[in-house]
Design a protein around this ligand. Structure first.
Ligand SMILES: [Zn+2]
Length: 150
C-alpha cells in the first residue's frame, strides 16, 4: 500500500487475471505471447504450431505468422522450448537456472517430462570429447511409467 509503481506494464491488458507472485515475470509477455504461453501451460503434451492455431483462433490469433512470432519470442524469453524431434513446443518451468534441459517423451501418451542438468552434469556427459558445449538439447523417448507404464 502506498507504493508507487512507475514501471510500464507493456502489452498486458489482462491484469485482472491470476496475479500470483510466481507469474510476476509473465508481465513481460505481450498479449499474444501470453495467450500462446497459457495454451502451452494447459497442454499435457507438446503442441505443434498448427494445433495452437486451431485452439487459439477464438482468441483472435488467426494467422500462422502470429503464432510463430509469439513462439519465437517465448523461446527467446526462455518460456518455451521446441522439441525438435516432434517439431512441437512445450512451456518450460520459469525461474530455474539450468545449463541444459532434457525431455523424456512418452511414445504412448506423448507427454513430455522435463529434467534439468547443471553445468557439471553437462560437462561429464561430454568429457570424452574434451570440448565445451552450449545449447544442449536432449530428447529421449520411452514409456513414462506413471501414466502408461505397465
Ligand atoms: Zn505416457
Amino acid at each position: 500500500m502506498g507504493i508507487q509503481v512507475d514501471a510500464p506494464i507493456r502489452g498486458v491488458r489482462d491484469g485482472a487475471r491470476r496475479a500470483a507472485a510466481a507469474d510476476e515475470k509473465l508481465a513481460e509477455l505481450t498479449h499474444n505471447e501470453r495467450i500462446v504461453y497459457d495454451a502451452l501451460c494447459q497442454s499435457k503434451t507438446p503442441q505443434k504450431a498448427y494445433n495452437l492455431l486451431d485452439k487459439l483462433q477464438e482468441h483472435g490469433l488467426r494467422a500462422p505468422m502470429t503464432i510463430y512470432r509469439a513462439l519465437d519470442a517465448l523461446i527467446a524469453k526462455g518460456r518455451v522450448r521446441k522439441i525438435e524431434s516432434l517439431n512441437a513446443f512445450i512451456a518450460i518451468r520459469p525461474g530455474r537456472s539450468a545449463q541444459a534441459r532434457a525431455f523424456l517423451i512418452c511414445k504412448e501418451c506423448m507427454q513430455a517430462k522435463e529434467i534439468t542438468l547443471d553445468e557439471q552434469q553437462v560437462a561429464n556427459l561430454f568429457s570424452p570429447l574434451s570440448v565445451s558445449v552450449d545449447d544442449v538439447r536432449i530428447e529421449a523417448f520411452g514409456p513414462c511409467h506413471q501414466v502408461c507404464g505397465r
